[in-house]
Structure formats: C-alpha cells, structure tokens
Design a binder for this molecule. Structure first.
Ligand code: SKM
Length: 279
C-alpha cells in the first residue's frame, strides 16, 4: 500500500517539493509517493472536498500560491498558527478530519537556527514586504521575542494590518524609511519577490546595519539574490532562501509518513543541481 501525499498550487511546475519529499522517502525506504498537482483556483474547493472524503486517497499534502488562504478556510481543523495567519501550507487527515497548519515560519526559524546559531539575540529586525511570506516571518519573529520588528512596504494598507495584528512598526516609502530603520538592526529579511528569476532589484545601502547583522531572503531563485549580493559587498553574513523551503517541508513529511527527516547538504545539493539545470 502506497502512502500518497501531494503539493498543489497554480502553477506548480516550478515546485521543488517533490524532489525534497522523494529524497526523504527513498532515504527512509518508505513506500510512499509525493506528486505535484496543478489545481486551478475554480477547482480548488472540489479538490478539497475529494481530499476530505478520502476519495482522492491522499493522506495530506502541501499547498502553495494561490491556495494557502482557501486551504485554511476549507480545512476542518486549522491549528493556532494557521488561524493567526489565515493561511495554511500543510494539510493532513486525522480521524476523518482535515487538519491544517502553516510551517513557513517554522522553516524560516529552523533555517536561521541551523545556519546562524544565536541569530535571535538581536533586538531590532527589519522585514521588507507585507505579503503572505512576510506574515509568516513576522509571526515567527514575534514568537522568538525579537525586540523591535520594523516592516517596510511600498504601500501602507497591508502593513497596517500587520501592525494591528502583530504590534510591529510599519513604514511606507522604503527609500525614506530604510536608512532610519536599518540603523542598529541585526537582522534584515526580504520577503518580496525583488530580484526573483534574475529581475533587477534596487540597491539597498546596508552600511548602517550592526556589523554582526544577518541578511536573509525568502527568494531562492537565484540562490544568491541581488539583495544578498549587496549585503555581501558590505561584509555581512547572508542566508539564502532555499533553507526555509527545505525546513518548512519537515513537519508535513513527519505527519504523512511517520518519520522525522533531516535537512542535509546532500538534499540541498540535489535542489541546487535541479535549479542549475533549469536556469
Ligand atoms: O509553503 C511552501 C509550500 O509548502 C511548498 C512550496 C513549493 O512547493 O514551492 C512553497 C512554499 O509556499
């Protein structure tokens, strides 16, 4: 009997999740499958109905853009993390009910913990962007009691919502706000798609950060984004976004397949080789 899991999104071809989970399935010798399934937005409710009834024979799966909010809304039992975000990326059936959580924040924290132990000693962080990824990152930072979280976004609307929900400081007009909020900060996180797929990104002057500061990106195509390069040119430690993707996958794998997997260098290398192949 094959234990079946999925990742769904629209589009979904770009997803590296199948590579991650198949690597772990093989490492544990588990007779399972993990497939990418494209589901158009108007079909997602139908997909969820079949999942809940057991008709599709999946034990659960991952959900990515644009379905994370719908997945949360349509699940029977979203946990506290998913509820606070209003979005879910991990689903599993348990006692006939569809449970949901969001592991993006966990992935963000675990990756930094692994690559920069002690990173959370800083008392000032700057988060660029106010979309879905930003919410997960902010929620995660709040759970670690990072003193002051500054959110800089092009527009004020979504940032204001983050202020009322998470108590962060918010700034519109990045060009004006950044020099002020970067001063003395120990962590900078890009949660926007700036620099993704080789797009040009505005040069950010990171020189005001603490010399011990860490600059990280949720974008991982390319691995070394223009934002990370700019930070490296000032001598700052940088952490790419691939680790967050790898770590967010762990809790789902454990739920569906019953083993706790490891993120290791071999897995990272497999994903990077795949990215190079498609570059
Ligand atoms: O939250 C994750 C999701 O679980 C899987 C994914 C992917 O396969 O590209 C990306 C992120 O949204």
């Amino acid at each position: 009997l094959t234990i079946k899991a999925f990742v769904t999104g629209y589009p979904i071809k770009h997803s590296r999740s199948p590579l991650i989970h198949r690597y772990w399935l093989e490492a544990f010798g588990i007779g399972g499958s993990y497939d990418a399934i494209a589901v158009a937005p108007e079909m997602f409710e139908h997909f969820m109905t079949d999942l809940k009834s057991g008709k599709s024979t999946f034990v659960g799966g991952n959900v990515t853009i644009p379905h994370k909010e719908s997945a949360y809304r349509l699940a029977d039992k979203p946990d506290d993390v998913a509820q606070e975000l209003g979005a879910a990326n991990t689903l599993w059936l348990e006692d006939g009910q569809l449970h949901a959580t969001n592991t993006d924040g966990y992935g963000f924290l675990s990756n930094l913990d692994a690559r920069c132990p002690g990173w959370d000693k800083t008392d000032r962080a700057v988060v660029l962007g106010a979309g879905g990824a930003s919410r997960s990152v902010i929620q995660a930072l709040c759970n670690r009691d990072i003193g002051e979280i500054n959110v800089v976004n092009r527009t004020i609307g979504r940032a204001k919502e983050l202020r009322s929900r998470f108590g962060v400081r918010v700034f519109a007009h990045p060009l004006e706000a950044l020099p002020e909020v970067l001063a003395g900060a120990g962590l900078f996180v890009n949660t926007t798609s700036l620099g993704m797929d080789g797009a040009e990104a505005p040069q950010i002057d990171f020189s005001a950060l603490l010399s011990s500061a860490i600059v990280t990106d949720v974008v991982y195509v390319p691995l070394n984004t223009p934002i990370l390069k700019a930070a490296q040119s000032h001598g700052f430690t940088t952490v790419d976004g691939l680790g967050m993707l790898l770590y967010q996958a762990k809790p789902g794998f454990e739920k569906w397949f019953g083993e706790a997997p490891d993120v290791n260098e071999e897995l990272r290398a497999i994903i990077i080789a795949d990215m190079d192949k498609h570059a």
